[in-house]
Design a protein around this ligand. Structure first.
Ligand code: C2E
Ligand code: MG
Ligand code: MG
Ligand code: MG
Length: 288
């Protein structure tokens, strides 16, 4: 278990730093260990991508996959991206990791889209800090060229946090990417950003409705109604809609009745290592 390993490992470094708050010290030391581990993770090949299929309700096929980063630490086991991505951001390592993710995702979609022509593109998660890089679009273009892929093979998921500060700068870079032909999705929609009017000016292709909403539509009539309205509003603005965290047949049915375009979640498939993803896509091909 990751926590016990971390606590064990940090016994060695006790009493080095004094903090007035015990919880804070725990958190700080944990982050320090993660940060030090991350320095080696890339060199030692401990990072990898898993891919979660997105099911398109119009074609009845997997048309996209989302790349989700995994860190398999030799002692701690799997470390969640929710835990180490914020550490990488603070430590200034997110750009390097981000480019690694794009490279690996493109390498994977290159092979996969030849084998599975229904697969349109791979989506990656992009942190707000990556968009602060003036060379971002140019470097993305370089990586697309490296694999001789059209930009439409790549989608970027950004969260509402991207638009919290430096809105103009973020919109500019996303517009560059969109002009290049990369698709843009707004991830975790509904959880952060408050001003709906911004949706009009964002260069998006689709919005992904957060799992928190999806998890409540079966039991909460108002939530179902809210989700229905979000879908209608997104369509009205010209965006496609994706529901994330779909775990049950009942949720799928309700979302389908609300005109959702695409679903993603454990009900359809968990994030898969690339070998297992190939099996999954092969099965889908023979069924259809
Ligand atoms: P996200 O982009 O919103 O990804 C969805 C998360 O929900 C993933 O967690 C996925 O495994 C999980 N999930 C998918 N379907 C279901 C479901 O039906 N039920 C439940 N309970 N969970 C489901 P994961 O892989 O742990 O990633 C967590 C977050 O870490 C991601 O949220 C994303 O914000 C971030 N992340 C992952 N990979 C990257 C990356 O390469 N770069 C950056 N910057 N962030 C990443
Ligand atoms: Mg995502
Ligand atoms: Mg999400
Ligand atoms: Mg998320």
């Amino acid at each position: 278990n990751a926590d016990t390993a971390l606590y064990r490992a940090k016994d060695a470094g006790r009493n080095r730093v004094y903090y007035f708050n015990y919880e804070m010290k725990e958190q700080f030391e944990k982050e320090l260990l993660l940060e030090q581990g991350l320095q080696k993770a890339l060199e030692k090949n401990e990072l990898m991508l898993h891919f979660q299929p997105q099911f398109d309700l119009h074609s009845g096929k997997t048309t996209r996959i989302e790349a989700l980063i995994r860190w398999n630490h030799p002692e701690w086991g799997m470390v969640s991206p929710d835990e180490f991505i914020p550490v990488a951001e603070k430590a200034g390592r997110i750009r390097e990791i981000g480019y690694w993710v794009i490279d690996k995702a493109l390498e994977s979609i290159k092979g996969l889209s030849k084998e599975y022509p229904d697969l349109e593109r791979v989506a990656i998660n992009v942190s707000a800090l990556q968009l602060r890089d003036k060379e971002f679009t140019r470097n993305v273009k370089k990586l697309l060229d490296k694999y001789r892929l059209s930009p439409g093979k790549l989608e970027m998921e950004v969260t509402e946090s991207v638009f919290m500060d430096r809105v103009e700068e973020s919109i500019k870079i996303l517009t560059e990417l969109k002009t290049l032909g990369v698709e843009i999705a707004l991830d975790d929609f509904g959880t952060g950003f408050s001003s709906l009017s911004y949706l009009r000016v964002l260069p998006l292709h689709r919005v992904k409705i957060d799992r928190v909403f999806v998890s409540q539509i079966e039991t909460d009539q108002k939530m179902l109604s809210l989700v229905g309205s979000i879908i209608e509003m997104a369509h009205g603005l010209g965006f496609e809609t994706v529901a994330e965290g779909v775990e049950t047949a009942a949720q799928l049915k309700l979302l389908s009745e609300s005109n959702i375009d695409t679903v993603q979640g454990y009900y359809y498939s968990r994030p898969l290592a690339i070998g297992v993803l190939r099996e999954f896509l092969s099965n889908e091909k023979t069924v259809k």
